[in-house]
Write a protein that binds this ligand. Structure first.
Ligand code: ADP
Length: 243
């Protein structure tokens, strides 16, 4: 969890690569749904373009069906951008409890607001693979991995960024408080101002140390002890990545 621009997307995909756990991004799911030429697609486009949050029912439906299916895979799932409201957090708790799944490990990527605004206004994304670049550190026109064009997200302009940050403060900070006070799951703060690779190492260490059962599962999947987990995917991320 964390504010827009904190690096959730970058870190989810690095953690997914390092551990083999599936990751889902509610932002990506909603952006895809918003492209449909239906009344629902239009509704989502308007909400997202304004910097507001999509209604809890739509988001919960999308995520919870994936949680129900996750037991077929590694038994773990990385949730990028969910929950973002107290109603979503409480719904998640109820669903996990009903399915007999442990409460979530909550990772808060903490980044000061001035840095977030700077990152978001400079953020570009590969139209093909979704890799994220920051123009300050890489003035590229094309993705280093696949040559795809780098585009600016429709909601990464200053006016909308400020609205997204306001929605975060109003709706999502109370969720972090909910987890920080130990109501559900275990809360960990991560310094989101380090480099992407350093944060990825911190995140991976916290996840591996904190979750004894998944560690056994991952060790089996990647045939390596936690301290020897391969970071090659992390190191191969373009230097400009920051989110
Ligand atoms: P960011 O975290 O930078 O805002 P995302 O890609 O995670 O980027 O989300 C983009 C947009 O998708 C949000 O501004 C919001 O409108 C919508 N969205 C994503 N996740 C949720 C959620 N859990 N609840 C409500 N709206 C969401």
């Amino acid at each position: 969890m964390g504010a827009p621009g904190c690096g959730k997307g970058t870190q989810s995909s690095l953690l997914a690569s390092a551990t083999g756990i599936d990751s889902i991004s509610t932002g990506e799911i909603l952006r895809q749904a918003a492209q449909e030429s239906t009344a629902d697609g239009l509704r989502l486009r308007q909400i997202m373009a304004s910097g507001g949050l999509v209604d809890d029912a739509t988001v919960c439906d999308a995520v919870i069906s994936r949680i129900r299916n996750m037991q077929c895979g590694s038994g773990s799932l990385i949730l990028d951008g969910f929950p973002r409201t107290l109603a979503q957090a409480k719904k998640l708790s109820r669903v996990l409890e009903a399915l007999g799944i442990d409460p979530p490990l909550v990772l808060h990527l903490d980044v000061p607001t001035d840095i977030l605004v700077q990152r978001l206004t400079r953020r570009r994304q590969c139209a093909l693979c979704g890799a994220i670049y920051n123009l300050a550190s890489a003035s590229l026109a094309r993705c280093e991995a696949d040559g795809g064009p780098l585009i600016e997200r429709a909601d990464d302009n200053e006016e909308v960024i400020l609205k997204r940050l306001a929605a975060y403060e109003m709706e999502t900070l109370p969720v972090l408080d909910y987890y920080r006070r130990g109501r559900e799951g275990s809360y960990r703060r991560v310094d989101g101002c380090l480099t992407a690779a350093e944060i990825a190492n911190d995140v991976r260490d916290i996840v591996l140390l904190d979750r004894a059962a998944p560690v056994a599962t991952w060790a089996g999947r990647i045939r390596s002890a936690p301290s020897q987990l391969s970071t090659s995917r992390i190191r191969s991320v373009p230097s400009g990545v920051t989110s």
